[in-house]
Design a protein around this ligand. Structure first.
Ligand SMILES: [Cu+2]
Length: 338
């Protein structure tokens, strides 16, 4: 039989697919860890990867040898000899038992190491199709699709869902935890260093599951406190009904109420308080729009308001056709909410 030249070439498409996981930023990777918990998980992963790869290579080598052996002739003896029995007992029973027992014990040990007392800053995260409501109850603060936390301190994230089952996952910091409609769960995160990572819903939850992402930003304590203080000052200004900085913003606020945006989106200090969509009180500081769909810029925001269904088909915000001037004013208003 003629051998195909370079059979390895056929493996290239598969290798290329695998390589798509090698994003240079490693902002969403369980192997580029920035916390003790994710470090434990990565260690277990590597240990299993190495031991199981070695077992796989060994089994394949033995299979290869068996295939290549000269076939028995009919009159060869069929009784097994001592060394063959020992080989089956060691290789077929003792070795797999040892490997599986080690895997079980190491996994249990890792789970234990991941258990943390629920002490520290409290943050509530509620999953919605297809975005994340994020609240700091001790600071009367509500944002969406991003979580700011202080470096080096445990942060207790209390998880639940407003509709279907979602799953909270920031691979650089920790494992996955399900978010269930009527049964609160929690996870304790502790980032070892400042940074920005990407989280992702890890439980298929409907059409836009893939665009149910969020950002985690870990700041040194002083910067985190400054971030909280800036948000509190912005809310105080809204609550005091401070006049808008310019006419466009004032007109934009009117558009917001005229176009019924307030029937779904809360804004602090205004009559808008129904939580069907994300809280927009601090929208101007948001890193992304649409749970990671696009970066938050003036142009992107205008695009989102005019055509959320084009950007994220099936999401629960309707398209709102607006005159150009109204749209520009509305963008000015929303971007002024810092
Ligand atoms: Cu989800």
């Amino acid at each position: 039989m003629k051998r195909t030249a370079l059979p390895w070439v056929r493996l290239l498409p598969a290798a290329a697919l695998l390589l798509t996981g090698c994003h240079p930023g490693h902002r969403q990777s369980a192997l580029h860890t920035a916390a003790e918990a994710s470090g434990e998980i990565a260690r277990l992963w590597w240990a299993m990867f190495i031991v199981l790869t070695a077992s796989f290579v060994l089994v394949m080598a033995l299979t290869w040898i068996a295939i290549r052996r000269r076939p028995r002739t009919d009159d060869s003896p069929t009784t097994t000899v001592g060394w063959q029995n020992r080989f089956v007992i060691l290789g077929g029973i003792a070795f797999p038992t040892a490997v599986l027992t080690w895997m079980l014990l190491d996994s249990l040990g890792t789970s234990r190491a991941l258990r943390q007392p629920p002490e520290g800053l409290r943050i509530e995260v509620v999953g919605y199709q297809w975005w994340w409501d994020v609240r700091y109850p001790e600071h009367d603060l509500a944002i969406a699709n991003e979580i700011y936390l202080p470096v080096g301190e445990p942060v207790v994230i209390e998880l639940s869902s407003a509709d279907v089952i979602h799953s909270f996952w920031v691979p650089n910091l920790h494992g996955k935890v399900d978010m269930l409609p009527e049964f609160p769960t929690r996870i304790v995160l502790r980032a070892d260093r400042p940074g920005r990572w990407r989280g992702q819903c890890a439980e298929f939850c409907g059409r836009q599951h893939a665009w149910m992402a969020f950002e985690v930003v870990a700041l040194p304590r002083e910067e985190f406190d400054a971030w909280l203080a800036e948000r509190a000052a912005a809310r105080a200004a809204l609550a005091a009904d401070t006049p808008p900085a310019n006419d466009a913003i004032a007109r934009g606020r009117d558009v917001f109420f005229r176009e019924s945006c307030h029937t779904c989106h809360p804004v602090h200090g205004t009559p808008a308080d129904s939580l069907i969509g994300p809280d927009l009180t601090h929208l101007g500081t948001r890193l992304t729009l649409g749970a990671g769909r696009i970066a938050n810029t003036d142009e992107a925001l205008a695009r989102w308001i005019a055509d959320p269904q084009g950007l994220k088909p099936g999401n629960l915000m309707p398209d709102t056709p607006l005159a150009d001037a109204d749209l520009a004013d509305l963008v000015a208003y929303l971007r002024s909410l810092r």
